[in-house]
Design a protein around this ligand. Sequence first.
Ligand code: BES
Ligand code: MN
Ligand code: ZN
Length: 491
Amino acid sequence: MSTLTSFTFAETDLDAIAAHEGRVAVFVDGEGKLDQSARRVNRLTKGALARLVESDKWAKMKEGDIVSLGYPAGMKADGLDVIRLERAAKSILARKAGAALAKARGGKGDLLVLCALIRRAEEIVFGLAMRDYAFEPHKSADSTRSGAVKVVHNKPADLEAACAPLLAVADGAHMCRDLTNEPANVLTTTNYAERLKEMESLGLKVEVLDEDALTTLGMRTLLSVGQGSDSPSYVVAMRWDGGEKDAAPLALVGKGVVFDTGGISLKPGAGMEDMTMDMGGSAVVAGVMRTLALRGAKANVVGIVGIVENMPSGKATRPGDVVTTMKGDTVENINTDAEGRLVLCDVMWYAQEKYKPTAMIDLATLTGAIIIGLGHENAGVFSNNTSFCNDFLKAAEAEGEGAWRMPLGAGYDAQLKSRIADMKNVGGRPAGAITAAQFLQRFVKEDCPWIHLDIAGVASVKSETALAPVGATGWGVASLNRLIADNYEAE
Ligand code: BES
Ligand code: MN
Ligand code: ZN
């Protein structure tokens, strides 16, 4: 597992600046006012900083932008990073600045961050921790990341305390990315279940249900997706009971298809390798549970994930097969590539029957159609409860994670009508992301506030985002953590 950057916090020591080996970062506001540390850097470099701040280049820079100077004269450092940032910068911009520093460091060397007077310096640290990530377990030799970050601030102890819960979020997001980036021959269904079981060491209660247990529970639809694979299917439930004793939990449900070939309705070959990320929804759930445990959240939350592999074989489900869900409704499988909803419907039903949650959120890389609709900027948000939905949208906005509400309605639901069973698993080409959500809603009890997040476009991307390099983003860990912190935790 990739480890989080290590941070230490200290008060200003001007004389240590010249001697620091690695990189040094200073912050200058829009007016070009130099703080005490920046003045020392300016003196050491014989006025380089002042010249930069008076330049046209600086005038054109936006808040959070960075200029890196190599091998600055008068200093032992390899690089000097100058960031334009107001002392009272908004958190999103402070995060952007932190991310720019992580990029400049490139995972190697010691970084000294001189942000003595920045009011929300913890957001710089968060941005740095989030962006300081690379997935390297399968790279040999010299790719090992190293070095540490020392943050200099006027109130180092307060800053360290403010950083703790944010670093728990970054840690959870990194775990989510590790799982989502991992290829399917390594992250097999069994390996995945084992990795989740290991989170018991953090104080989570983790229950692994194997195929015998799932058969007893009647999760036939989930099992029908995994039956073509040589790897067994699992459901894993992770509980964090940090809230009031015996109070009903919030339920998070995740799609964990470790690889999606499409099954007998085989996908085209080009780009199929991307389907290693088809367990991205479940990885967000795992990442949130890790975050809650690391920061000791005062809330009751259960995360339940369905782990399967969708493969074609002589034992695989055929198009046209009819299966009975745990709920008891029958489904005609028109297209074995519409497998995610078949996994989720049983896990969602189980979540409600077993845990009687106050509300439920499912996450899934569910449809290509949501990518056509929203691209890679926003996840699709579907809900049966506007106030619950708005709470989530507010949390996502605050975290800078794109989320856009989509409609539901009886007309869309009608597209799922089957000639021979209670429903089909696909509703045709029009509104493919919505009919997938309609399918799921059939497994949501009337009085259960529910949100479905279709993260097919945002879970893993081909160009870097604000706080993540190319690949798995960890989208959703921060938003769900904030939703929980703001709405489910008493002081
Ligand atoms: N895992 C895919 C959706 C997906 C597509 C995720 C691209 C990430 C990137 C899902 O299981 C799927 O195959 N959906 C089909 C549904 C169709 C057969 C109704 C799709 O979107 O094409
Ligand atoms: Mn599929
Ligand atoms: Zn899939």
